[in-house]
Design a protein around this ligand. Structure first.
Ligand code: GRF
Length: 190
């Protein structure tokens, strides 16, 4: 069987990265071969190491030029990149080399509440401020324009008048954990 070797890029607490690691541990067709971060002190780095995942940290400067990232990915025979809370822009040469092989998850229903500065609680605060009646997640391919790659799937949750950014964040995280692994698997295996 052909095993798809994936790299997860993450900068934060890593709840999605960990969820993916657990999920693909039970999937013989997909192997998490690398966790790459730009932050040595990010919780996700510890979590991945504890799970025995090869973990590398490169400085922010490496994500400007991209060559070191590309060399690392090629040396590990990585075929797919999954962005799970990765807060740097993916270098252009990496995007070109991994055309339609980079998948991101965004915590809103794009094109709403996306773009520069829209991450984490900023997204949920903006949704609440706009009095939106629904929000959700968007799983999409990554191209050179932030948050504008082709959509793969969206999942919706209701926003009630009682919701705060914090309660909405919990609803969104449940959607992410429930759907992201299966959508990645279906995309890779299609
Ligand atoms: C998630 O909300 C994801 O949609 C966004 O970054 C967040 C990462 O959360 N891209 P975690 O670090 O996986 O908990």
């Amino acid at each position: 069987m052909n095993v798809a070797r994936i790299a997860i890029f993450a900068s934060g607490t890593g709840s999605n990265a960990l969820n993916l690691i657990y999920h693909f541990d039970k999937n013989d067709a997909i192997e998490v071969a690398l966790l790459l971060s730009n932050k040595a002190d990010a919780l996700v780095v510890d979590l991945a190491r504890n799970e025995g995942i090869r973990t590398e940290v490169l400085p922010n400067s490496a994500f400007v030029d991209g060559q070191e990232v590309l060399d690392l990915l090629h040396s590990l025979d990585i075929q797919w990149i999954i962005l799970a809370g990765f807060l740097r822009k993916v270098p252009s040469n990496v995007i070109r080399a991994f055309d339609k092989k980079i998948i991101n998850i965004h915590p809103s229903l794009l094109p709403n509440f996306g773009g520069s500065g829209m991450y984490g609680m900023y997204v949920h605060q903006a949704v609440i401020d706009a009095k939106a009646s629904e929000s959700g997640i968007t799983i999409h391919y990554v191209n050179e324009v932030f948050d504008e790659g082709e959509h793969i799937a969206q999942f919706v949750t209701t926003v009630t008048p009682e919701d705060t950014p914090e309660t909405l964040a919990i609803k969104i995280q449940h959607l992410e954990h429930d759907h992201f692994p299966a959508i990645i698997a279906a995309t890779i295996q299609s």
